[in-house]
Design a binder for this molecule. Structure first.
Ligand code: ADP
Ligand code: ADP
Length: 226
């Protein structure tokens, strides 16, 4: 089964905006997949629906074969989400942020402590584990968001514009972290409006514009057409 299967997905917001106009796509397990498109294309809406933050109007979404509307909590257990905005408490320490997050999702404390060490090391934040998060650099804060999402051991990691507004050095550091996570077997889907980001990271992509997929397939064959 695919990690994600979206079938004829439509979303009309309460104000009448048709953000998604019949989107279908499959993302295979193990893939590193980019959803590329300009601002307002419908990327965040799609990610919002897949992560159950936004209600769909019609169509269906399955995560590893589990329908998100029929078996919502089962489906949500399979995904990790990295939202666009920093949304952790800046006065907490990285270690506590990770352990508390895992605790909220029912991970036993001992396991959470072990995982936090693994994830903080992978994010190159182990030396900052006990510092106030406020003192971390912009790139470190972003990597902390990724490390936190990995605490529940998701099979599918979803990131909404993970590098929007950050400079190229920070972006490269995040790309390294994401490639390492993907290499360890986690399927990754990210949205981006940077072609360069999709090009550097992804094996497959879909291009979305005005709520419709206008092209999709392997990165290499799409690049040849652009
Ligand atoms: P839903 O159909 O998912 O219930 P709504 O259309 O009711 O969503 O809108 C959800 C919230 O988003 C509302 O509070 C609305 O005011 C707000 N909102 C409206 N337009 C936009 C926009 N362009 N971008 C982001 N949020 C918006
Ligand atoms: P992207 O992530 O590609 O920038 P979005 O999914 O945020 O695109 O937005 C797609 C369209 O839906 C835009 O026209 C946006 O203004 C509109 N939109 C997004 N969120 C809401 C909302 N909550 N209520 C009403 N309209 C929205």
């Amino acid at each position: 089964v695919p990690a994600l299967r979206v079938t004829d997905l439509r979303k009309t917001y309460g104000n009448g905006v048709e953000a998604l106009k019949g989107v279908s796509l499959d993302v295979a397990e193990g893939d590193f997949f980019a959803l590329l498109g300009p601002n307002g294309a419908g990327k965040s809406t799609l990610i919002g629906i897949v992560s159950s933050l936004v209600n769909l109007t019609s169509g269906s979404v399955e995560i590893f074969g589990t329908d998100i509307t029929r078996r919502r909590s089962d489906a949500m257990r399979l995904i990790g989400l990295v939202p666009q905005e920093l949304n952790f408490n800046l006065f907490e320490k990285p270690l506590d942020i990770l352990v508390n997050y895992a605790g909220f999702y029912g991970v036993p404390r001992k396991v959470a402590l072990e995982r936090a060490e693994v994830e903080l090391k992978r994010a190159h934040l182990w030396s900052k584990a006990q510092m106030t998060s406020r003192t971390l650099s912009g790139g470190m804060k972003r990597r902390l968001m990724i490390a936190r999402a990995m605490m529940t051991r998701p099979r599918l990691l979803i990131l909404d514009e993970p590098t929007a507004g950050v400079d190229i050095e920070i972006r490269r550091g995040m790309w390294d972290s994401l490639q390492e996570i993907n290499a360890s077997g986690t399927t990754i889907i990210l949205t981006t409006h940077y072609l360069e980001e999709a090009e550097n990271l992804c094996r497959n992509l879909a291009i979305i514009d005005h709520g419709s997929i206008i092209a999709s397939g392997p990165m290499r064959s799409l690049l040849a057409e652009l």
